[in-house]
Ligand binder design. Structure first.
Ligand code: AGP
Length: 615
């Protein structure tokens, strides 16, 4: 989704903004733009395409001087991606410029009213309507920019993170947030604005994350004050000291962020259970769970809400919670849940899973569940994100920043947190003896080294990728705990290589997908020893007799499947309940290599955004 960067201070704004926009490229975008104030004029440049295209265009068309500026990467919602629809947008007088992430739902009626008052519009965007509404308020109410923004925002319906400045008052930028993220970096006599902290982390570790319905007038030489958009209540900002460092958000020698993040998984999983999993004491400590244990133990059921990969992690969790903790679980797409009038009571526990913590549908599902009195627990990666704040309690995955649009380490660390939670509840409910509990905790501690071992298949997987890189379709099959892994493997392949892929429970194949199988069809089968092995062997036989090409993920030392399959990738043996943490690794690598071989943009696949902040 759109990315926002802004700067006001004593440094040259241009390089900070352009570099910042590049750091936000992972969010997904189709055009980019920048507006700089050089002491006299606003210089604006924007273009369809990449930040690199913007850099080339602005070098030859505008002055790059100035210590105040705003920049934007646009992910089109209203109006096709083109130069004119790109942000920033001027107001009609040319005095105001704005950047916006989100959607103004009632922009058409506002546009009509403004048109009647003589305003003209050059773009098809809702954003140009908003900046002119602000200008109109400034004129009719005779107020300063901050107040005009506040009055205007009270007239709009929708979601936004905005940054706007006025040439008449070039010592301030006004920002506001509802539904889309916005962070302010606080330096010595300088301020940074961004959709997340990555554009300014090399300049300051101090940041304020705006809450929904908050705005700020960022004025040089003044302390930041936050104001509610609906009324004049002033809030004192909670300045956080960020733990993120520059190294974490750079590629560190890998060709792509996705590959780096795949390889980070042994460390990320370890970081996620570090300090929580105390195998020698037979304990799992999770503050957000410990403080709300009764809610979990008295719950009628757990409802998991999430989207995409996070939803797949939720499906894995359903197996774990039901199998180990004997708690009934439902897993819902947040986008469906929020609109289907679900039956929720105060005896339900909702678990919302989200890497970014900003997914609009998941946030809306949380709000709905809270309104109905349910206790909502968040599993997020991004610290301080909207979902982390909206939920009653939660547990962070400690994956570190995930920049590649295709989630990898987010998935395995989400499963890790959910496994810890399920095991903790299982223990509390008496589903495990001390020795069984100790055994499973000890096994969980072996997962990072097993993931490392699974990564050693990289070269073999590259060879397999070369064989199937031109296939138009691919089928992924798994059973039990590994059915969601099959779904996730298929999602990874389609989103970054644009090959059509489907994930199925292996036994469902004969109810339809088997019709697709011929000698052209690669079928990836998760066929590890623990969990329905004999059944999977039968499914593989069914594929083989129809001449499908079989790529099997097997347990080290496997003989039976190895004889049947065209290719096998061995992974270390694990218990069935922990196996998704390992079986998913070869599938991530397979999709990565196929995408690279097809010259696809692995880290920024077409049409996709890292955090989907609009519904
Ligand atoms: C997966 O590779 C995608 N990036 C996407 O499906 C993602 O998991 C989904 O948009 C949910 O995002 P979230 O975890 O940040 O809420």
């Amino acid at each position: 989704m759109c990315g926002i960067v802004g700067y006001i201070g004593y440094r040259d704004a241009y390089p900070i903004i352009v570099k910042g926009l590049q750091r936000l490229e992972y969010r997904g975008y189709d055009s980019a733009g920048i507006a700089l104030y050089d002491g006299t004029d606003i210089n604006l440049s924007k273009t369809k395409g990449k930040v690199e295209d913007l850099r080339n265009k602005s070098k030859s068309t505008i002055s790059l001087e100035g210590n105040l500026g705003i920049g934007h990467t646009r992910w089109a919602t209203h109006g096709v991606p083109n130069d004119v629809n790109s942000h920033p947008h001027y107001s009609n007088s040319g005095d105001l410029v704005i950047i916006h992430n989100g959607i103004i739902e009632n922009y058409e009626s506002i546009k009509k009213a403004l048109t009647e008052r003589g305003y003209t519009f050059t773009s098809d965007t809702d954003t140009e309507v908003l900046v002119n509404l602000i200008e109109e308020v400034q004129k009719t109410e005779d107020v300063m920019l901050g107040q005009a923004v506040q009055i205007a925002l009270n007239q709009v319906v929708g979601a936004y993170a905005i940054a706007v400045f006025d040439i008449k008052k070039p010592d301030e930028i006004v920002v506001a947030k509802l539904g889309s993220p916005l962070a302010i970096g606080i330096g010595e006599n300088e301020f940074f604005i961004a959709s997340d902290a990555s554009p300014f982390i090399e300049f300051t570790n101090n940041a304020v994350y705006l809450k929904d319905e908050e705005m700020a007038i960022i004025r040089l030489g003044k302390e930041i004050k936050l104001r509610k958009i609906q009324n004049d209540a002033v809030a004192y900002p909670n300045i956080l000291e960020l733990q993120m460092n520059l190294e974490e958000i750079e590629k560190g020698g890998y060709d792509h962020f996705m590959l780096k993040e795949i390889y980070e998984q042994p460390r990320a999983i370890l970081d996620t259970y570090r300090g929580r999993l105390l195998a020698d004491q037979g304990l799992i400590k999770m503050a957000g769970v410990d403080q709300n244990l009764e809610k979990f133990l008295n719950a009628n059921r757990i409802i998991i809400v999430a989207c995409g990969t996070s939803w797949h992690a939720g499906l894995v969790a359903e197996y774990i919670f039901e199998d180990l903790a004997r708690i009934p679980v439902e897993v819902e797409y947040a986008s469906e849940f929020r609109y289907r009038n679900p039956v929720i009571t105060d005896k339900d526990v909702i678990i919302a899973i989200s890497q970014s913590g900003e997914t609009a549908d998941t946030l809306a599902a949380i709000k709905l569940a809270k309104e109905k009195g349910a206790f909502v627990f968040g599993v997020c990666n991004v610290v301080g994100s909207s979902i982390a704040r909206e939920t009653d309690a939660g547990a962070y995955t400690h994956a570190g920043p995930e920049i590649g649009v295709a989630s990898t380490k987010a998935f395995t660390t989400q499963i890790t947190v959910l496994t810890l939670l399920a095991l903790k509840l299982a223990k509390e409910k008496g589903e495990f003896s001390e020795s069984q509990f100790h055994e499973v905790l000890t096994e969980l501690e072996t997962i990072p080294s097993k993931v490392k071992k699974a990564l050693e298949s990289n070269a073999l997987i590259e060879i397999i990728a070369d064989v199937y890189k031109d296939s138009p379709n691919c089928l992924y099959l798994g059973r039990g705990y590994n059915f969601p892994v099959a779904l996730e493997g298929a999602l990874k392949l389609k989103e970054i290589s644009y090959i059509h892929a489907e994930g199925y429970p292996a036994a469902e194949m004969k109810h339809g997908p088997i019709a697709l199988i011929d000698e052209q069809m690669p079928v990836v089968v998760i066929a590890t020893k623990k969990g329905h092995y004999e059944k999977i062997v039968s499914n593989i036989q069914e594929i083989k007799s129809r001449k499908g090409k079989i790529i099997a993920i097997v347990t080290e030392g496997d003989e039976q499947v190895t004889q049947l399959a065209d290719h096998v990738v061995e992974i270390p043996e694990t218990s069935e309940s922990l196996s998704p943490l390992v079986t998913t690794i070869p599938l991530q690598l397979l999709s990565y290599h196929i995408a690279v071989m097809r010259n696809c943009n692995v880290d920024q696949p077409r049409n996709l955004a890292k955090s989907v902040t609009v519904e």
